[in-house]
Design a protein around this ligand. Structure first.
Ligand SMILES: NC(=O)c1ccc[n+]([C@@H]2O[C@H](COP(=O)([O-])OP(=O)(O)OC[C@H]3O[C@@H](n4cnc5c(N)ncnc54)[C@H](OP(=O)(O)O)[C@@H]3O)[C@@H](O)[C@H]2O)c1
Length: 345
């Protein structure tokens, strides 16, 4: 089968399409014929050696896989051959076939495409767990969401409104993304390409500051967001880049003098039973048409570098996916849909 291997940490130059044997299932796993697999921000960081996955290259890339179950291990009872599932892949999802722990495979609701379903096991569950288990935002509190047009961000905006948060302030990196994020229900959308974005956020909170900041950006942008935190506010750190952030004395002083709290979140270190608590509610919302799953680019596996370049350009909205079994001639030339203004869904 064809798969995408990471063979070093030289960024996208370390991605290579290879021919390898189809993986074998362990007793607790299922084998998925991958119909779609998506890009996560941490995978971009991974190509640069800035995100750890507990193994060293070469290995097959891809945190997730959506497709059809083609085989199951001896002890599997939760899924059967032929089921449509989306899951965190154990063998690497950027491949024509991938294995996954069957108990964690999520059935794809009717009417949801494989491409849309790639958003569920990581970005959707991350957003749901962040809001329900970590931030626990109360309706009167204001909530700041960075990269609100991104994979996690589009879920956070919609889920926060479903949970009754009255002031969702969404940040986007370009004016073209404003309308989409407004259409997802954000109360205030602020374009961070404008120099005065911080003042605009502060004004939106009537000069009080934001009660809860969902912090994934890191660096100067993260520091600016932290300065917008209200007294007694909470900042929830969950970005791959936050792992490299250092808090200086100035930030510690602010935390102390403003009685603030920092919490953090990492999906891979969550217990399966705690993740499972979010699966049912998330699937129900998706099956009931309460959440829009946004895909803005579909690329064949061989064009993996183009897919990553589109993602890294910050022009895409929602999810960028790879279609491993797309062998149509058209797929080898142009992406089906891509980037701001041309997104599907
Ligand atoms: N802790 C966990 O377990 C966990 C799990 C999943 C995701 N996450 C984190 O959640 C955040 C969002 O993840 P995601 O996978 O949904 O990604 P994403 O938000 O879809 O990433 C793409 C968006 O990020 C923004 N961005 C900022 N700097 C960028 C850069 N240098 N290159 C590319 N994009 C950049 C851009 O939005 P704008 O231009 O509009 O700013 C871009 O459209 C990431 O920080 C990720 O590490 C954490």
């Amino acid at each position: 089968m064809r798969a995408v291997e990471l063979n070093g940490y030289d960024g996208l130059d370390s991605l290579r399409v290879v021919e390898i044997p189809t993986p074998k299932v362990a007793a607790n796993e299922c084998l998925i014929e991958v119909k779609a697999t998506g890009i996560n921000f941490a995978e971009l960081e991974l190509t640069r050696g800035r995100y750890g996955v507990g193994k060293e290259p070469p290995f097959i890339m891809g945190f997730e896989a959506a497709g059809v179950v083609r085989a199951i291990g001896a002890s599997v009872g939760s899924v059967k051959v032929g089921d449509r599932v989306t899951a965190i892949a154990s063998s690497g999802g950027y491949a024509q076939y991938a294995t996954a722990v069957a108990a964690m495979a999520i059935p794809i609701p009717q009417g949801i495409s494989y491409a849309e379903a790639t958003t569920m096991p990581i970005q959707g569950l991350t957003a749901h767990l962040l809001l329900t288990q970590v931030a626990r935002v109360q309706p009167p509190e204001s909530l700041l969401i960075q990269a609100a047009a991104g994979g996690v961000g589009t879920y956070l905006v919609q889920l926060a409104k479903i949970l009754g948060v009255r002031k969702v302030i969404a940040l986007v990196g370009s004016p073209e993304k404003v309308d989409v994020v407004e259409s997802l229900g954000a109360d205030i959308v602020v374009d961070t390409s404008k120099a005065d974005w911080g003042e605009r956020v502060f004004a939106a909170t009537d000069g009080v500051g934001v009660n809860v900041v969902m912090e994934a950006a890191a660096g100067d942008f993260g520091k600016q967001s932290f300065r917008l935190l209200a007294p007694f506010g909470r900042m929830i750190m969950f970005g791959a880049r936050n792992a490299h952030d250092t808090f200086g004395p100035k930030e510690i002083q602010q935390l102390i003098y403003k009685n603030q709290t920092i919490s953090a979140f990492n999906l891979p270190s969550y217990k399966p039973e705690d993740v499972a608590a979010s699966v049912g509610p998330l699937v129900e919302l998706i099956a009931g048409g309460k959440l829009r799953l946004i895909v803005s680019g579909e690329f064949p596996l061989d064009r993996v570098k183009d897919a990553f370049e589109a993602f890294a350009s910050r022009q895409t909205i929602g999810k960028v996916v790879l279609i491993p079994n797309d062998t149509t001639p058209a797929a080898q030339t142009e992406p089906r849909e891509c980037c701001v203004g041309g997104f599907a869904s």
